[in-house]
Design a protein around this ligand. Structure first.
Ligand SMILES: Nc1ncnc2c1ncn2[C@@H]1O[C@H](COP(=O)(O)OP(=O)(O)OP(=O)(O)O)[C@@H](O)[C@H]1O
Ligand SMILES: [Mg+2]
Length: 411
């Protein structure tokens, strides 16, 4: 039953979360720009002192911020090595390293410098780091991921951030050459405004800021194709399978633009095929994987924060999708709302409140709206369930949240 033959996978780790591909087929230009900024200074013998930043879009995850940063750090190292310049790189997830001491410990652990970390004050570790870089004539490029968490953490004082990011002023090297550069990665633009408030000098020091939006379906396709070529057996997949996935997650198609979710969907489809003993994917399997992947992503806590009325409206929109209506107009939806709310023994909310609910559901990204073309009675608003949500699973979850609320006596 459990055969050991890999029918689908050629190299399983290629589909893993932390895998960094040898080349970036998407965002290669951004990678090139950033790499060049660090290289230009190094090659002009001006050392390494730049602080640059990659930041994402509000509410978007899995859009390649970490991947781009790690890729650039590796690339700077390897290009420099070819010219005989030693650039070490270190990766710190600031989320898991909540103060200056732990950040420095994580950095030191990734170098092989003989630095005593335990029990040492942060400033001494930093000095030892600078000394080692000087003595060995090395440079260091530090990726500080989840940088925004450092800005809101009460355990990191603004002074610590200064000390770290303006290390050249705080701890000048003996030969005056700066040897530490930073690549900050932040979730979204708010990091910049926090910085402006909290550490304006550092903010103004950031040389280059790159904003990353969610991926479009064409970009996701290229990312998936690379994984399929490197990780899956030839003939086990077809381009249509990848298109199916990239069309669900592409931001231009109403998806959330996440490469992570697209890759997970592909991996799930492959695992499903493998467990069923198939030697290739099928469209049906891919659809199933996508829908499982989506179901897992419904945020119950988000739904619990809604009122019974909002939940009911959301459910009616989902049911319209299940009936095959692509869009439902607000008039028809209102009628259904009045009927169903009466069945629950509740009174419908007035029109103004009703429209506030619709706006809220749209703002949360659960429902999409657009204006109809001009018809006999002017324009009306059309609604549909956000395409990334699986209607049937959503209805199930919404039903259980509604009944929970009603039994608690809430509306
Ligand atoms: N341009 C790309 N080329 C190849 N793979 C990519 C690319 N962008 C993202 N990926 C893959 O998508 C997944 C998510 O990317 P990554 O972790 O970099 O996103 P992120 O924006 O840092 O996410 P988060 O917001 O959760 O920190 C990873 O497995 C990564 O390898
Ligand atoms: Mg990340």
């Amino acid at each position: 039953m459990y055969s050991s033959a890999n029918t689908i996978f050629k190299d399983r780790k290629v589909l893993d979360e932390n895998y960094i591909p040898p080349e970036l087929r998407v965002r290669s230009e951004e990678a090139e720009i950033l790499t060049r900024i660090y290289m230009n200074r190094l090659f002009s013998n001006a050392g390494l002192a730049d602080v640059n930043m990659i930041y994402g879009s509000l509410g978007r995850v899995g859009i390649g911020k970490t991947t781009l940063a790690k890729f650039v750090a590796k690339r700077v190292s390897s290009i420099a090595a070819k010219e005989g310049i030693m650039v070490r790189h270190a990766y710190v997830n600031a989320y898991n390293a909540p103060n200056l001491y732990s950040i420095l410990s994580v950095i030191v652990r990734q170098t092989d410098y003989p630095i005593q970390v335990r029990g040492a004050p942060a400033i001494d570790i930093l000095k030892a780091l600078v000394d080692n870089l000087y003595m060995k004539n090395h440079y260091l490029l530090v990726v500080l991921d989840e940088f925004q968490s450092m800005l809101s953490s009460p355990r990191i004082a603004s002074e610590d951030l200064y000390t770290l990011l303006r290390i050249h002023e705080e701890i000048p090297t003996r030969d005056g050459v700066s040897r530490v550069g930073f690549l900050l990665v932040a979730s979204d633009v708010r990091a910049l405004s926090y910085m402006r408030e909290k550490i304006p000098q550092v903010e103004s020091q950031i040389g280059f800021k790159i904003h990353l939006p969610g991926y479009r379906s064409g970009e996701l396709y290229k990312i998936l194709e690379q994984r399929a070529e490197l990780g899956l057996r030839d003939f086990s997949w077809r381009p249509e399978h990848l298109t199916l996935i990239s069309d669900v997650y592409g931001e231009d198609r109403g998806g959330d633009g996440s490469a992570r979710r697209a890759i997970i969907a592909l991996k799930m489809a492959c695992e499903l095929a493998e467990s069923l003993g198939y030697d290739s994917l099928s469209e049906e399997l891919v659809r199933r994987a996508v829908s499982e992947n989506e179901a897992a992503s419904i945020q119950v806590s988000e739904l619990e924060a809604l009122s019974v009325h909002e939940l009911l409206i959301l459910k009616l929109v989902a049911q319209a999708t299940m009936e095959g209506l692509e869009w439902i107009n607000t008039g028809m939806l209102r009628q259904r709302y009045e009927e169903t709310i009466a069945e629950l023994g509740l009174k419908p909310r007035g029109y103004t409140q009703y429209h506030v609910y619709l706006k809220h559901l749209t703002a949360l990204g659960l429902v999409e709206s657009r204006l109809s073309g001009k018809g006999m009675r002017g324009r009306t608003t059309l609604l549909r369930l956000a395409p990334y949500l699986p209607a049937d699973r959503l209805v199930e979850v919404v039903d259980s949240v509604i009944s929970g609320k009603l039994s608690d006596g809430g509306e």
